[in-house]
Design a protein around this ligand. Structure first.
Ligand SMILES: [Zn+2]
Length: 179
């Protein structure tokens, strides 16, 4: 019996918790959705961890630093109450050498999900990955969890490649109704 394990709702950041824009480089550019905090509270109340899984190649591209991102992460945690934020700072064509690599943590790879699973001892069978892009859905499928495509960012109209999520909803408010 794995009764003690808790599931998680893994969340992409941009287009899910904050407004999508090409690169969010500072706290001042973060526009958190007005419903975000309430949704996170409900996710936690229903017994799920809420864990952000985000590609942040702006670091590898030299647009902002890891320190800048830490400030953004602290702000997001304070404003929404998410349990943790896992990020990939890499990009294979980055200009900052330290972060220029083909890694296994950048979505659509599932490295960040795998790491969070171990850190929090998560019941993956009952977990979800929610995001607005094909890479979110593919990462969730690689981790063998249920996937949810949200229209609050890129959504179905702007998919980089065809994917088949388990669910499609307008935004996080609709998604949490199935928990
Ligand atoms: Zn990475």
């Amino acid at each position: 019996m794995e009764g003690d394990k808790r599931p998680a709702v893994f969340l992409d950041r941009d287009g899910v918790l904050i407004q999508e824009r090409s690169y969010v480089c500072s706290v001042a550019e973060m526009c958190i959705f007005p419903f975000a905090e309430e949704c996170i509270t409900k996710i936690k109340k229903k017994g799920y961890y809420s864990i952000v899984i985000t590609n942040q190649s702006g670091i590898a591209r030299g647009l902002f630093s890891e320190y800048d991102l830490q400030k953004m992460n602290e702000y997001l945690i304070r404003k929404t109450g998410v349990d943790a934020i896992y990020y990939c700072p890499h990009h294979p064509n980055g200009i900052v050498e330290k972060y220029r690599k083909k890694c296994s943590c950048r979505k659509p790879q599932s490295g960040l999900l795998d790491r969070a699973c171990v850190d929090f001892d998560i019941d993956m069978k009952r977990s979800y990955m929610a995001g607005d892009r094909a890479s979110d859905i593919l990462a969730g499928q690689r981790a063998c969890i249920k996937t949810v495509l949200l229209e609050s960012g890129y959504g179905t109209a702007h998919l980089e490649e065809p994917v088949t999520p388990d669910f499609i909803f307008n935004d996080l408010r609709d998604m949490i109704k199935i928990l």
